[in-house]
Design a protein around this ligand. Structure first.
Ligand code: AMP
Length: 196
C-alpha cells in the first residue's frame, strides 16, 4: 500500500478523543510512509490528519471540488491539491489514487463516501481494503446494523467481513496489509443473493 484515503468529519466532533485519533492515525501514516488522500479541506478532523502528515514531512493529496476551494477552505499548503468539478469526480479520483479506504468519525458525507467504496468492493469493482477507525465506539451502532442486515439476509457474511474495524490505527493498518478480498465475481454475487 502506498496511498490510503481517509474519509472523516468536516467537524471536529464533541470529544477531544476524535481529533486526537485523527492525529494518531496521521502519525501511523508517517511511520509507515503512507500517503494520505483526502477531501482537501482545512476543517474538522480532515484538517487534523492532513496537518499532522504534512507537518511531519509526509505526502498529502487533497481532492476538492472547485466551489469548495472558492469558499477558501482548501488546504493548499499541504502539497498536491487536485481540483475537480463535481463531488462524483472527487470520489472517483480519490478511489483511483488510493490502495485502501479508512473512515474516521464523521457525519453524512463520511458515511456516504465510505459506503460507496464498500459497495464498489462488494461488486468487485475494486479489491482494496475498507475499514473504520472505531474511536470510542463511534461506529458500534453501524457495525450492529450490519450484523442485523446479515441476520436478515440482506448482506452476505463475506461482504460484511470486508468491512474492517479497529480502534487502534496500527492494528487497523495491519488488517489492511493482510486483507484478502472475497473471491466473488458479479455473477456469483447475484446468484448468491437470489438463493437467500
Ligand atoms: P461530514 O462527514 O458530513 O462532515 O462530511 C465530510 C465531507 O464534508 C467531506 O467529504 C466533504 O464532502 C465535505 N466538506 C465540507 N467542508 C469541506 C472542505 N472545506 N473541504 C473539503 N470537503 C469538505
Amino acid at each position: 500500500m502506498k496511498n490510503v484515503s481517509v474519509f472523516c468529519g468536516s467537524s471536529p466532533g464533541a470529544e477531544p478523543a476524535f481529533a486526537s485519533a485523527a492525529r494518531d492515525l496521521g502519525r501511523e501514516f508517517l511511520r509507515r510512509g503512507l500517503g494520505l488522500v483526502y477531501g482537501g479541506g482545512r476543517v474538522g478532523l480532515m484538517y487534523e490528519i492532513a496537518r499532522t502528515i504534512h507537518e511531519g514531512g509526509g505526502r498529502v493529496v487533497g481532492v476538492i471540488p472547485r466551489d469548495m476551494v472558492e469558499r477558501e477552505l482548501a488546504y493548499a499548503e499541504a502539497g498536491a491539491l487536485r481540483i475537480v468539478e463535481t463531488m462524483h469526480e472527487r470520489k472517483a479520483l480519490m478511489a483511483g489514487l488510493s490502495d485502501g479506504f479508512i473512515a474516521l468519525p464523521g457525519g453524512l458525507g463520511t458515511m456516504e463516501e465510505f459506503f460507496e467504496v464498500v459497495t464498489w468492493a462488494q461488486l468487485g469493482i475494486h479489491r482494496k481494503p475498507c475499514g473504520f477507525l472505531n474511536v470510542a465506539g463511534y461506529f458500534d451502532p453501524i457495525l450492529g446494523f450490519l450484523v442485523r442486515a446479515e441476520a436478515l439476509k440482506f448482506l452476505q457474511p463475506e461482504h460484511r467481513a470486508m468491512i474492517l474495524s479497529d480502534p487502534n490505527p496500527a492494528r487497523l493498518l495491519d488488517l489492511f496489509e493482510t486483507y484478502r478480498p472475497p473471491e466473488a465475481d458479479m455473477a456469483r454475487w447475484a446468484l448468491d443473493m437470489s438463493k437467500t
